[in-house]
Design a protein around this ligand. Structure first.
Ligand SMILES: Nc1ncnc2c1ncn2[C@@H]1O[C@H](COP(=O)(O)OP(=O)(O)OP(=O)(O)O)[C@@H](O)[C@H]1O
Ligand SMILES: [Mg+2]
Length: 295
C-alpha cells in the first residue's frame, strides 16, 4: 500500500502514527469525554491526541473500561467529545458519515433481526445505491467496484448460513456477518471493535489473514480494537496502548515487521520481541496510577 508511512515510536505526550506531512486520515486533538456529572462523573477519555495517516492499520489495546469503544464511537460520529476535536480526512465525523467514508463493526454485531445474512450484508448497498458517493479522496480517484458479497460470505465460512436469520446464528457467525457488511462498503476508514472476540482460534487466524488481504486490496485506514496482544502485533502498523481512570493513550508503538504477516512470522523472535514489548506497556498501563492528564 503506497500511502502507508512509518513513524518512530512516539511517547504519550504527542502520540502520532504515520508521517505528519502526508494527508491525515484521522486526527483527534485533545478529545475528552465525561459520562455522568458531579460525584458520579466518569472520565472515559481525557485529552486524547492521535493522528493516523491514510492506509495505516492501527490497533488499540488496553484494559477493559479504558475508553477504547468510546474512542471508536467518537470517530464513527456515535459520540461527541465534550472537549477537543475529531476529523476524518479533514472533515467532521458528521460530514464523513454523510459521505459514507466510515465503516463500523461495533462490539456487538447489531444485525437487523428480520433480515437474513445476505440481506443484512447487502442492505448498505441497497440503501446507498441511489445516493451520490462523496469521497474526500482526490477527484481523480477511480470509484471502487462493489465487491462480491456472496463470495465474501463464502470466504468467511458463511455460505451455508446466507439465508438464515441472525437469531439462528452463533455469536461468531453474527460477528462475521457484521464484518462482511462493513468490508462490503469498502470504506475509507474501517473501525472494528473487537471483531474477532467471539471466534475460535483457528477461525480468528483465518479471518486475520483475510482481513489483511482485503486491507491490502482496498487500501483503507483501519482502527481495530482488540484485547489480544498477538492479534495486535500481527495485524498492525501501529499499536496504541490505553490506560483507564481516566481513559488515555499511554503509548504508541510502531510494529516494524515485514509484510505479509504469515502464520510463520508469529513464531519468530522478532515477532515475540514486539509481543513482549506490548505486554510490558500493557502491564504498566494496568499498574499506572490515576493521572489527571497523562496523554
Ligand atoms: N453511555 C455510557 N454511559 C455511561 N458510562 C459509559 C457509557 N459508555 C461507556 N461508559 C463508561 O466509560 C468507560 C469507557 O467505556 P468503553 O466502553 O469505552 O471501554 P472499553 O475500553 O471499550 O472497555 P471493554 O474493553 O470492556 O470493551 C467505562 O467506564 C464505561 O463504563
Ligand atoms: Mg469496548
Amino acid at each position: 500500500m503506497g500511502s502507508k508511512t512509518t513513524s518512530s515510536t512516539t511517547g504519550p505526550a504527542t502520540p502520532a502514527t504515520g508521517d505528519e506531512t502526508t494527508t491525515t486520515a484521522i486526527r483527534i486533538a485533545g478529545a475528552s469525554k465525561v459520562y455522568g456529572s458531579g460525584q458520579n462523573a466518569l472520565v472515559a477519555l481525557d485529552g486524547v491526541d492521535l493522528t493516523i495517516a491514510p492506509g495505516r492499520f492501527v490497533s488499540v489495546i488496553g484494559p477493559s473500561g479504558c475508553g477504547k469503544s468510546t474512542l471508536l464511537r467518537m470517530i464513527a460520529n456515535l459520540e461527541r467529545p465534550d472537549a477537543g476535536e475529531v476529523e476524518i480526512f479533514g472533515a467532521s465525523p458528521d460530514a464523513a458519515c454523510e459521505a459514507k467514508l466510515i465503516g463500523f463493526v461495533p462490539q456487538s454485531p447489531a444485525l437487523l433481526p428480520w433480515l437474513n445474512v445476505l440481506q443484512n450484508v447487502t442492505l448498505p448497498h441497497r440503501v446507498n445505491r441511489a445516493a451520490e458517493r462523496k469521497r474526500s479522496r482526490a477527484a481523480s480517484a477511480s470509484p471502487r467496484s462493489v465487491p462480491d458479497l456472496e463470495q465474501l460470505l463464502d470466504d468467511v465460512g458463511l455460505k451455508d448460513a446466507m439465508h438464515k436469520l441472525p437469531a439462528e446464528l452463533s455469536g461468531g457467525m453474527q460477528q462475521r456477518t457484521a464484518i462482511v457488511r462493513a468490508l462490503g462498503l469498502q470504506p475509507e476508514v474501517l473501525l472494528m471493535d473487537e471483531p474477532f472476540s467471539a471466534l475460535d482460534e483457528f477461525t480468528r487466524e483465518a479471518l486475520q489473514e483475510q482481513l489483511l488481504d482485503l486491507w491490502d486490496e482496498i487500501a483503507t485506514t483501519v482502527v481495530f480494537v482488540t484485547h489480544s496482544v498477538t492479534e495486535a502485533v500481527r495485524l498492525s502498523d501501529t499499536v496504541v496502548v490505553m490506560a483507564p481512570r481516566p481513559g488515555r493513550i499511554v503509548d504508541v508503538v510502531d510494529i516494524d515487521l515485514p509484510r505479509p504477516r504469515s502464520a510463520e512470522l508469529l513464531k519468530t523472535p522478532e515477532f515475540h520481541h514486539f509481543e513482549d514489548l506490548i505486554r510490558d506497556r500493557l502491564q504498566a498501563a494496568w499498574r499506572s496510577p490515576e493521572l489527571p492528564n497523562a496523554a
